[in-house]
Design a protein around this ligand. Sequence first.
Ligand code: FE2
Ligand code: FE2
Length: 370
Amino acid sequence: MSRSGIRVHLVADQPEQATPFLRGLHALGFAVNELPPRREDISEIGRNDVLVILGQYGIDANSPGRLRTLCGERRARTVLFLDSMKPDSFAAFEREGFSCINMTTTRTTQNLVSLVAQIDAHAVYQASRTVAMRTSMTNRIAGSVVDLFSRLRARPVAPTIEESSRQRRAMDELIGLSPMSVWIDLIQNYHDGTAQHCSLVSGYALAFARVLGFGDRETGRLFGAAFFHDVGKAMIPLEILDKPGQLEPEEWEIMKRHVLYSYDILSRDENTAGEIARVARDHHEYLDGSGYPNGIAADGIDDLTRIITICDIFAALTEKRAYKPPKPPEEAYAILSSMAGQKLDPDLVRVFEKVAVECETGRPALALVA
Ligand SMILES: [Fe+2]
Ligand SMILES: [Fe+2]
């Protein structure tokens, strides 16, 4: 089945409501048009197309049934992006077969894109690619890589200049002009916090590789896995990524999907399919089987993933998030230690102490002698 030419159709009860989203989606590279709210027009659209319903439909008690009639069999590929949703409206729409419904009142184009991605991540990829083609792709990639490394250098455990240039070459080779470069742009434009987190995890992974005495090849593998591990967060609504308080259970379920989105995205590109995609899928799994998405236990978790999980947790603890201030490295390492054995590889956590100390003191740790 051809995946090309996916189009997004906007249906609004008042035409002017569609205008900002028409412009916004077009700017983000989507093939988009407006449709009148008529069943015969909707039934004509392409099989792979995505339908978006905008406006006031959600406030009328009869809306769910009315929209079911309007959308017909397209319900499975429909995003409901409605104003003034009431809590009980969700259940009513779900009963009518709609599964992709805006949870928030902030209706930005970026939030709409993340809902479209839940229906068809490929449509978002295709759009990002279009944008990248529109501008000078090569320059953008070069800019992204330079930016990445300047961020890495600014970190307390930044790699040496030599390491940076070696990794820069590895990154050039790894992403080249491949579709992954589009995702790097997307994550940087969509959520800077995630882009910075990926850079920080990469920095810790490089420092960890150094104290583990890794050679160039292993270091490159580790760096690639660290850098791409959370790319699927480009599919998670910003309200969830930046929520100042604790996530509700249903929001947490959505957040957890980022590992599957990452796996899906990374598996599509030959440069990142296989190992890098697997690490991205498994980096929230724990040795005792209490992690997600599959609850796999010790035997199923390879060394590369164990290393990335430690770097990821340490990064999450030492960085500022919307819901918490950064923890000092010493305190973060104490938390990591408390998870060793049951959840994290105890030998690796022990070795990681050198990275934590390096982070605390700003002085490079000595490489371990095997
Ligand atoms: Fe993650
Ligand atoms: Fe992460």
